[in-house]
Design a protein around this ligand. Structure first.
Ligand SMILES: Nc1ncnc2c1ncn2[C@@H]1O[C@H](COP(=O)(O)OP(=O)(O)OP(=O)(O)O)[C@@H](O)[C@H]1O
Length: 223
């Protein structure tokens, strides 16, 4: 059965989204929806616009056209609520190299908190690091860790505070198979608890709840 391209009643509903850079269209007419419990994997060739789409969804780039609705409301009109509903992990790990791993997480927790807080909970940071097999690295400088370890810290930030929508750009980049499985388990658990993950991945994270959105040079489609 053909799925509807866009459903305004969905938790996340994207309609006719377009983005241009320097007068050139990167993508246009992108429509999809996602609901609680779903993983939406964006696939497509290099340069087709997957990262750009995630950055537009995250509010880091302004779309040329189209709407992004969250619980039915236009995210442009509810920017604060939208910002605090999502967690974004881009290509870059965005760590402070000269802070310890645990201080990176505490700093991220303070930045991401919906309510201002003076201290971010170190216990939470240690618990999250243990979950991702990073407990032994907690007091090392982030800049002294391997690429794969740094990637896992970037992912660990997702677990600090529950956000319903995860936007993940190649979350398993630089990870060994065991670490990639750990990340896949975190994503599965997130959607099992009612979250949504929209992600790019050249190596798909295949769960029962995964749907695929394909970027092609000639357009895009949901399968
Ligand atoms: N900062 C930038 N300045 C200019 N052009 C850019 C910039 N970032 C991306 N582009 C261009 O925008 C288009 C889409 O790039 P994007 O990174 O979104 O593709 P992608 O599908 O994520 O690719 P990949 O699979 O290689 O990660 C490409 O043509 C790329 O060259």
């Amino acid at each position: 059965m053909q799925e509807p391209e866009c459903d305004a009643a969905s938790m996340l509903a994207v309609s006719d989204l377009a983005f241009s850079r320097g007068g050139e269209t990167v993508f246009s007419d992108v429509s999809f929806h996602a609901d609680s419990g779903q993983v939406l994997q964006i696939q497509g060739p290099n340069g087709s616009g997957k990262t750009t789409l995630l950055r537009v969804l995250a509010g880091l780039l302004r779309p040329a056209a189209g709407t992004i609705r969250w619980h039915g409301g236009d995210t442009r009109k509810r920017a604060w609520e939208w910002r605090h509903s999502l967690a974004y992990v881009g290509h870059a790990n965005a760590l402070s190299r000269d802070l310890t791993v645990v201080d990176n997480l505490r700093f991220a927790a303070r930045l991401g908190a919906a309510v201002a807080c003076d201290t971010a909970d170190a216990h939470t940071a240690y618990r999250v690091l243990g979950r991702l097999g990073l407990a032994a690295c907690a007091n090392r400088l982030a800049g002294a860790l391997s690429q794969g370890q740094q990637r896992r810290i970037a992912i660990a930030r997702l677990l600090l505070e529950p956000k319903p929508l995860w936007l993940l750009d190649e979350p398993a980049a630089a990870l060994d198979p065991e670490s990639a499985r750990l990340i896949a388990a975190c994503i599965e658990e997130h959607v099992e608890h009612g979250g949504i993950a929209v992600m790019t991945a050249h190596r798909p994270v295949d769960t029962a709840a995964t749907r695929y959105f394909c970027f092609e040079r000639t357009g895009s489609c949901l399968i």
